[in-house]
Structure formats: C-alpha cells, structure tokens
Write a protein that binds this ligand. Structure first.
Ligand code: NAD
Length: 448
C-alpha cells in the first residue's frame, strides 16, 4: 500500500497533520518512537501546567489571609501531586489516540528512518517493515540543549526539564541556569513550594525576548519574594552540585544547590533523516517556505524542527498549513507569524501577541499602557497586585500591532488580542466589540 502522507513524530504537529489529512479521506501513516503527544503532552506544557496548578493552589492557601481566609495548617504531598500530573498526561494522550482512531490513519510505534526519496515516493523504515508514501511531513521536534559547559555531562546533580518533571520529590534547593520561559516557569514551581531558587541568566534580564516593562514587574515581585536572580552572569563550569559563574564585570561567583536545572534552549531533532539527500537545514532547524515545504518537492516539515517559534500552537497551525498545501486547498493557507500569542506561566502570568517595542522600532507607533487595576474583576481577585496591559498602535493605520500583559489570568484572554492583530483591526473596529462585565478581559476594551 502506498500512503498519501507519512509523518515522523506524533507531537502537536504530527498528530494535528494526521487528523487533518485522514479526516479528508487521505491515507496516513504516523511514526512515533515514544508516546503520542510528543514533548508538549508528555514532558512539556501539560505536565508543567499541572504541577504549576498545584503550586498555585498551595501558594493561594498559604497567602489566603489577604482575602480574609485563615488557613492555618496547610501542607502538600508532592508524590500525590506528581501522580496527578501523570494521570492528566495519560488522559490527554488517550484523547490523542482516540482522535487518530479512524480507517485512514495508521500509527506505528518505533523509530522511523528515511530509506530513500524520489519526487513521487518516500520510503521509510520502522522496525522490520518498510512503508511508502507520496509525501513526507517531518515533525521530529526538539530536545533540551546540553551546553558545552565543563561538568554538565554525566553530572547526577544536573536536571533538564524532563528529569525535573519526572522527579517524585522536590529538591532541597535549586539553581536554574537560563532565565527563559522554561527557567522562569520552574522557578515559579519550586519557589511556590518553598524551595530556595537561584536563577542565572547570561543576558541583562530574564525573559529577554519579552516586553521588558512587563518583565520588570515580574522580576521585582520575584526578587522581593526571595528568588535570587543573577543576570548578565554566565555559568562557566560545574563541579557536582557547585556552580561557578562569572558576572559581566568579571566577578567570579560560586554557588551551590542540591540540583541544577539547565534550561538554555532546545535544538532540533534531525536523526533518521540522513537519507534525505540535499535537504536544507541550519543549526536552528529545517528550512521551510510559507507552505511548510522544504527544498525537496514532496518533503514538508512542521513544529520545533523548523526552528521558527518553538510553541505547540505554532506547530499545530504549521501542520494544518502543510497538509492543506499538499492537498492544494484553495485559498492557499499561510501562517500569520506576526500574530502568534505566547504565555509564560509564572505567577502572575505574562501573555503577549504581536510586536514588542523593540520589534516595532522602525514603525511609527503609539504605546498605550494601563494597570490591570482598571478592571474591577482584577481588583476583586488580585489583592495588592497592579499588573500591566500595554498596547502598541500603528500611528499611520490605527491598527493594533501588539499587546503585552502581566496579571492573572491574562493567558485566558490574550486570544482576543490575537484576533485584533491577526485580522489587522483598527482601534475603532475593536471598540465595537462588547466584552462581558466584570471580567479581567475588559482591560483590552479600557485601553482602546
Ligand atoms: P529560551 O531560549 O526561552 O531561554 C534560554 C535562556 O537561557 C535564554 O534567556 C539565554 O540567554 C539563557 N542562557 C543560555 N546560555 C546560558 C548560560 N550559559 N548561562 C546562563 N544563561 C544562559 O529556552 P528555554 O527556556 O529552554 O525554552 C525552550 C523553548 O521551549 C522555547 O522556545 C520556549 O518558548 C518553549 N517553551 C514555551 C513554553 C510556554 O509557551 N509557556 C514553556 C516552556 C518552553
């Protein structure tokens, strides 16, 4: 049998593509060497958010006094918390299996290798079998990057995000190398459970790619709460659980913790693709055009492997676009990379979409800012917090270029801002939208 589409990798890109193509009656074979759901469901977004939810419950209980609640004997059972995380993962993985359970979709367990490719056939081996398909979609994802720092390899004190999620106990203390998204979410988790945390970040600030005014609010709050944040500081070497770092002024620091979490980015997984002669890729990932096509005619790629924006929701949208390109759907689909929302699940959450002030430096624009306290619901539910909502408006076209927020639960309504940016709505058009009252989302109306 010759399949219409072979997909390597069963994460958000792979399973979305398989569901999309098979729903349209095309025969699909999907290969997954671990568990369906990929990094996001098994060792990324979902387990992290499940643990963070428990951490937030505990934090809220221990800080309930400000809402007039006396909770005197609050404790937690981390083993139970870790077990619940696994239950959530199992449930969602079962949901993916269910989604792919149709006559047109074959799921094969094992590591797949490309054997050969011509312009009309790709041959893939998995276990003892070979499979033929007209098209190939590479969705092999990314892995935690292990930096070439002395003492990181084969060090039992070192964790990456996968080992941190697998642990059934909390560390006594934690040093986090890399104050990016993963680093700051784990800093939140451990801090809320009472673990002393130090974050070491090479750049002048944590979360360097986000709006820096928003990040400052988080940093100030975290430092006041006792998280040690060392920026412009580079880790030079590790010796078991001892870290030697150097500040930009040349000062050498020696720090110690039970575990050291390395979260300095991820790298694309290119193994198994060696037979794709001439496939163009860089260190960041496989090169693709706007239809997710590689330079080889019947080979497409989607998700982290493309190195564009390593987010699960980008991966699934890329997969939809790739399948629709293969099917030659009209009108041709594209991804609006200018309107990808992103969330950092710190406490408070950060959510943003569109251009930052740094990005928009060459576009004449107006910056509007407003504390979240302009929303009544925010004031009711966020004692002693101010939050911030920032909107960038194109001065010439009066359209929304970007929105950046800090304050709970901004992750839940950033999609409304994504609509505005994606559709190129003007401020006057946005003003015609009615927001429910009282909700924190009303801040997006107030700021117009
Ligand atoms: P990242 O690129 O977001 O952050 C890595 C940080 O490590 C950077 O700030 C970098 O300056 C710093 N760094 C690098 N080398 C260093 C060194 N030697 N010493 C100190 N600091 C150093 O990468 P990440 O946090 O590992 O996340 C990986 C990917 O996963 C990202 O693309 C991220 O967007 C994605 N992710 C997203 C979410 C979410 O959407 N909520 C959650 C987790 C991960």
């Amino acid at each position: 049998m010759k399949y219409f589409l072979a997909i390597i990798g069963g994460g958000p890109a792979g399973y979305t593509a398989a569901a999309e193509a098979s729903k349209k009656g095309k025969d699909v074979v999907l290969f997954e060497q671990n568990t369906l759901g990929g990094t996001c469901l098994n060792v990324g977004c979902i387990p992290t958010k499940t643990l963070l939810y428990s951490a937030k419950q505990y934090y809220n209980a221990t800080h309930a006094d400000k809402y007039g609640i006396k909770a005197t004997e609050v404790s937690f059972d981390y083993q139970k918390i870790a077990q619940r995380k696994q239950k959530v993962v199992r449930k969602l993985v079962a949901g993916i299996k269910q989604k792919l359970n149709n006559d047109h979709c074959t799921v094969v367990s094992g590591m797949a290798f490309v054997v050969s490719r011509t312009d009309d056939t790709v041959v893939i081996a998995c276990g003892e079998q070979q499979y033929e398909a007209e098209n190939l979609l590479i969705c092999t994802g990314s892995s935690n990057f292990v930096p070439p720092i002395r003492g990181v390899q084969d060090n039992t004190a070192v964790w990456d995000s996968t080992s941190a999620l697998a642990a059934n106990t909390l560390p006594q203390s934690m040093i986090i190398v890399g104050g990016g998204v993963i680093g700051m979410e784990f800093a939140t988790l451990y801090h809320e459970f009472g673990v002393p945390v130090t974050v070491i970040e090479a750049m002048p600030n944590i979360l360097p790619n986000l709006d820096q005014e928003v990040v400052k609010i988080l940093r100030d709050k975290y430092e006041k709460a006792g998280i040690r944040i060392l920026t412009s500081t580079k880790v030079m070497s590790l010796n078991q659980n001892q870290v030697t770092a150097q500040t930009s002024e040349g000062e050498t620091l020696t720090l110690e913790a039970e575990h050291i979490l390395i979260s300095v980015g991820r790298r694309p997984n290119l193994d198994g693709l060696e037979a794709l002669d001439g496939l163009e890729f860089t260190r960041k990932g496989i090169n693709v055009d706007e239809g997710m096509r590689t330079n080889l005619p019947n080979v497409y790629a989607a998700g982290d492997i493309t190195g564009k924006i390593m987010l699960a929701h980008v991966a699934s949208r890329q997969a939809e676009v790739a399948v629709n390109r293969m099917l030659k759907t009209i009108p041709v689909q594209r991804i609006a990379y200018n309107a990808i929302p992103s969330v950092v699940y710190t406490n408070p959450e950060i959510a943003s979409v569109g251009l930052t002030e740094q990005d928009a430096a060459d576009i004449p624009h107006e910056v509007r800012t407003m504390p979240m306290t302009f929303s009544g619901r925010f004031v009711a539910e966020n004692e002693a917090e101010t939050g911030l909502c920032k909107m960038l408006v194109d001065s010439k076209h009066n359209t929304v270029l970007g929105v950046h927020m800090i304050g709970n639960p901004c992750s839940e309504f950033v999609a409304a801002a994504s609509f505005a940016v994606r559709m190129g709505y003007t401020v006057d058009e946005c003003k015609q939208v009615v927001f429910p009252h009282p909700t924190v989302s009303e801040i997006l109306k107030e700021i117009l």
